[in-house]
Structures are given as structure tokens and as C-alpha cells.
Design a protein around this ligand. Structure first.
Ligand code: CA
Length: 226
């Protein structure tokens, strides 16, 4: 499956250029034109990598990175407008995986992207791994695999699956799931749990023709083998 890259860049001509080049390289591309839009997209969708400009309207790239790191370890390559050592140091300290100074050769960006995506794969061997049969969650990278196929989940789907997996073979009520995954301050409909269970089933159970997420009638859900 093609890797999906989010380009966060307010300069339309640069953004368009990167989109064309990355698409030509075989990546799926999405774009955000300011920091606020970037964070909204990163919360709502799952990407494989972010190319993040520092000088952005609304929320600057450094702040985007700091907020992003609170919920995701997705690889981030930062773009600095000038050869600003301060920006580089701050970016790397804040959890950027790499940076490039504008103007850069597109081949250089391709190379950095390949390295960042490769590291992501290798990291699955490390200790922060939850497993249940062929289902694997790498908590450092927020990535999920079934039989070594990566499953793209949104942030909430990921948190729900992680909670089910951490409590595998235990019946979990909708209320417990709601409190642990959505938080005690969530005042929406408890149906949200069922909705997200459906999303997970379509991406895992139905896709791989297995039964992992079971309904316990009148109570909630359990993750177990058939
Ligand atoms: Ca910019």
C-alpha cells in the first residue's frame, strides 16, 4: 500500500510542487496550509509521515510539532526557511525526526523520507509492542499490524484497539471503554463506542476474515479468539 504524506506548507507554489513530486514518487499526498488545519488533519486521519514547514499562519510549525508529539510519534521532517541553527535545535529537541533547509534538492527530501519510513518499520522489533496472535501494536510508533500488514487507524480507533488489546480476554462494558478511551469529561452519546467498534471490525475482522472483537450482549465487548 502507498505511504501517505501530509504536506504542511502555506506557500502554495512550494506545496503544489512537493505534491506533484511526491505523487510522482508513488506517495499519496494530503495538504494543509496552516498549523491549525495541520493539527486537525493529523487528529482525524492517519498518515505515514509529515513534511512540516516552520513558518506557518495561525499556529507555527514548532508549536504544531510540540502538540503533535502529545498524541503521535509519526515521523516529521521539518522545513526551515533559512539556515537557522536555533530552529533546527528546537525542532529536533521537540521531536522532529529530521529537517531540511530551504531551498533544497527534491532528491534530498526523497532520501530523508525513505530513511524516516524505514526506521518506522525497524522499530516494530522493540519492546513497546503489544501482541495478540497476528495482531501487533507498536506503541512507540502508534502503528498496528495484522499478519505484518499495516492497518491505518485514526487516533481514536487506535486508542480503542489498544485499550481492548491491553485488556484482552476481559469483558469491557461500554461505560468503561467510554471512560478510559474518551475520558470522564466526554458527554456525548455512548453509541460512539459501538460506532468505533464497527470501524475497527471493518478494518480488521472483516478485512482479514477473522473474529477478534466480540460483542457481549447487554454488556459491551471483548477481544479474544473465536
Ligand atoms: Ca511557510
Amino acid at each position: 500500500m502507498n505511504k501517505t504524506i501530509l504536506i504542511v506548507e502555506d506557500e502554495k507554489n512550494i506545496s503544489r510542487f512537493l505534491e506533484l513530486e511526491l505523487t510522482h514518487e508513488g506517495y499519496e499526498v494530503d495538504k494543509a496550509y496552516d498549523g491549525k488545519e495541520a493539527l486537525e488533519k493529523l487528529e482525524a486521519s492517519s498518515y505515514d509521515l509529515v513534511v512540516l514547514d516552520i513558518m506557518l499562519p495561525k499556529i507555527n510549525g514548532m508549536t504544531v510539532l510540540i502538540r503533535l508529539r502529545k498524541f503521535s510519534s509519526i515521523p516529521v521532517i521539518m522545513l526551515t526557511a533559512k539556515d537557522d541553527t536555533m530552529d533546527k535545535v528546537m525542532g529536533l529537541d521537540s521531536g522532529a525526526d529530521d529537517y531540511l533547509t530551504k531551498p533544497f534538492e527534491i532528491e534530498e527530501l526523497f532520501a530523508r523520507i525513505r530513511v524516516c519510513l524505514k526506521h518506522k518499520k525497524v522499530d516494530i522489533e522493540d519492546s513497546n509492542l503489544l501482541e495478540f496472535g497476528k495482531l501487533k501494536i507498536n506503541n512507540n510508533m502508534m502503528s498496528v499490524y495484522y499478519n505484518d500488514n499495516e492497518i491505518n487507524l485514526t487516533k481514536k480507533e487506535y486508542e480503542l484497539l489498544k485499550f481492548l488489546l491491553e485488556n484482552k480476554k476481559i469483558v469491557l462494558s461500554r461505560d468503561i471503554i467510554l471512560n478510559k478511551v474518551w475520558g470522564y469529561d466526554y458527554f456525548g452519546d455512548t453509541n460512539i463506542v459501538d460506532v468505533y467498534i464497527r470501524y475497527l471490525r471493518s478494518k480488521i475482522d472483516e478485512k482479514y476474515n477473522i473474529k477478534l472483537i466480540h460483542t457481549v450482549r447487554g454488556v459491551g465487548y471483548i477481544l479474544k479468539n473465536e
